[in-house]
Design a protein around this ligand. Sequence first.
Ligand code: BGC
Length: 929
Amino acid sequence: MSSPQVSKVGFEHHHDGFGLGYNRPRLCWRFTTSEDTLPAWKQTGYEIEVEWLSPSRPTKSFSVESDESTLVPWPAEPLSSRSRAAVRVRVQGRGNGETGSPRETSSEWSPPSIVEAGLLERDDWAASFIAHESEPSRSDRDDDELAPHPLRFRKKFKIDNSVTSSGSRARLYITSLGVLKAYINGRRTSDEEMAPGWTSYRHRLNYRVHDVTDLLKTDATNVIVVEVAQGWYAGWLGFDGGTRFNYGKDIGVLAQLEISADQEGSQPWRLCTDTTWAVKRSPIRSSSIYNGEVYDAPEDDGLEWSQPAQERDEQRGWSATRKLPWPGGELVAPDAAPVRVVQVVDAVSVFKSTGGKTIVDFGQNLVGKVRVQEINVPKDREVTLKHAEVMENGELGTRPLRLAKATDTVISAGEPLLQWSPEFTFHGFRYAQVDGLTDSDSPLPAKENFKALVMHTDMRPRGDFTCSNEMVNQLYRNIRWSMKGNFLSIPTDCPQRDERLGWTGDIQIFAPTANFLYDSTGMLKDWLQDLKAEQMEEEDFVPPFIVPSIPTPGWSHMPAAVWDDVLILTPYALYKSSGDRAILERHFESMRGWLEHGIRRDAVDGLWDRGHWQLGDWLDPKAPTDDPAGGVTDDVLVADAYLVRVTTAFADACKVLGKADEHAKYAQQATQLRHAFQHKYITSAGNLMSNTQTGIALALRFGLYRTERERETARARLEKLVRRAGFNIATGFAGTPAILGALASVGRTQLAYRMLLEKTCPSWLYPVAMGATTVWERWDSMLPDGSINPGSMTSFNHYALGAVAEWLHGTVGGISTAPNSGWRRIRVRPVPGGTITSAAISFDGPYGLVSCEWRLDGVKFSMKLIVPPNSSAEVTLPSEQGRQTMGATTPGRVVGSGTHNFTCGFDPGEWPPEAIIAPHREAPTKDIA
Ligand code: BGC
């Protein structure tokens, strides 16, 4: 029997420790185990070794008695700008030996992790932001020919031998006003896409660090070229025509190339952007996130990469640059990984549309761009790729894109074979219409001529779920794909139409699911800083609906529940999944500001002002096509339920932070608001004013009923509503995450399963039955007859309704984190049901791999559970869950790390549950997956 081993050390929530923005990063490690790892193992101490690589200093080891293995304090002297160290850890602990008696163990050293600080001080930057000297500011009309022309900035330079000693390192610190790709001697400096990403540039601008050591030549001329396009900085953003130049009119670049040696005190060699750099228009004629890109290949002589003669430069149109003022926002090293091409998807077919157009089908609705490859196209021929998520009447269904053209164009240079994808845009699509590639009478191009390059923030996948029901598995895959498609630099509502914006409500609803599927802590933590910055500059602490904010007439500044509640619920969700109190600390004032000043309250009861407009249970299936906020549940009731929830969450956050006075104050406020809610909306018999799936689900989930008797009324009401609806869903954004958990909480898990497994519209599986490969914005984005919903809110890639995955994780798969433990204490509580006879869930979390697999053989339930070292699990088996006792359960047992097998009997109860059908109606045929 041996000790668990430790993974490489991680730094804060940073993706890899390179270019870190912290001087004292907290450290984390996860545990790995094998068959003979000691069970019930708990850490008692750790040793950290910090080997200084640059500047070189003596290696130091630190020995700490502690059971903490996540976010432990940096033990050594602080990192300074550019400093590098190799960090490794080994742990001591105690587990159960063969005889069950405690045994002390020590792990091997983890493989070393290299940490390297970025530029931590403003003074580290000697470079200037530069722009084209004379490129005029262009029109803000919606015309990409008039938008800022993509530019190539260039500098030739020599490095002599004395600079590049052995072991020297070259780093490119770079950012742009726009989006960039950099090349040294013709080779990309990194594989990042859409860098440096979208932030609230007025407050924060990301810079990136690229290791370019291998790209430089000594004693020869080097060429660095940075190509910059408008991206989010100057490009068109927003619906109803939107606005351009939201952050500035000049696109520009800031780059600092440094070569450092390891000696203490030695100054790096530097090459900085300044007015000695030249600039010219890129052969990319225009590049727009919504409209796509136009690339004029014959105009690209490629000479930028080599070393053209000076005279030739003039002829080729190189111009001078000018300095731009340093921007107001702070330059930051993000924790989030960059956006990359994370996956390449093959085309599944190429076919002719009804009207004879060539259509490529990638078989998956995804986000990224198409690469056209290995095909002969005559010179000057224009090839266009128009993207769409769905087909309608045999043609591309582009209406849901609204004003976004989503069209890329390449003008062929003739030879060699065409090999092209756009550089600075992305689209949401499954289909691409290709025009101009071949003559109309030629055979169709081969599907091998097209690849879809899937782009998103390169997060670490960590959660997975499968079960015996293939349609539910497809739903789960769809949820993952919708997360991939909408985690591109910021969390967005949708990736295809003229929005792709950081709508706060959507991520508020989806964040708990997101944190399970991928380690999105770094990315969401970065985004939350923009949210806070934009909120805190408002006197009334009301955040914009969209972060980073852009002008949205009529929408910009309006307090609203559910959406603005992101201020409390999303930092809280990140804390819950990571255990990182610092996130709550950082957002404390922002949370409090929202509660104290942002919410427009009724003067008497402190709930929301009734006259105030709310988005309510956005897009419930009964909401009129042109009024997504006009659903069946009272919008203010939804807002008030959320108000009790966020006040309670804030009180909890105060407690976690040890702020006793604030905790007492807000806990009391939550109680008062709960009473006010009860007084206003719940009759003494327990009936809720909005007798709807969403109303009752929220009241149950947020603990708003007074007594068990009222909860019993709620159960009966909800049960009737669900049976009367024939198990179709009736919730929108607000109610969807709550409905199945609400049913399970009152002991009606089989009704929850019945809803989950319903296939007719509206339901989660209706889109699956219609062939969806992502989660739709509306329950019926595509109508049963295959036509696209006429509403303007009709995306086929919105993650919000995919928040049901939280229930799949916690109840079907059966694992979640116990409160305030950040996965150190795992709650294992699977509840089988419906037609599902087995499920397997895994989560590679802060302590290592949690896995739970169960199966039903008739009425016998068996389960295999793996608990990672230094954590424990509270296990409640289905037989212990009191199906008929309102879901009140106490954990059956607590187990330590290791592999555990359990069995028990299982009583499925009523299956399938009966719908309530009016006597004069015929019972519909059952459509259960
Ligand atoms: C977005 C939504 C968003 C909503 C709020 C829509 O246009 O796509 O997901 O939350 O507006 O108004």
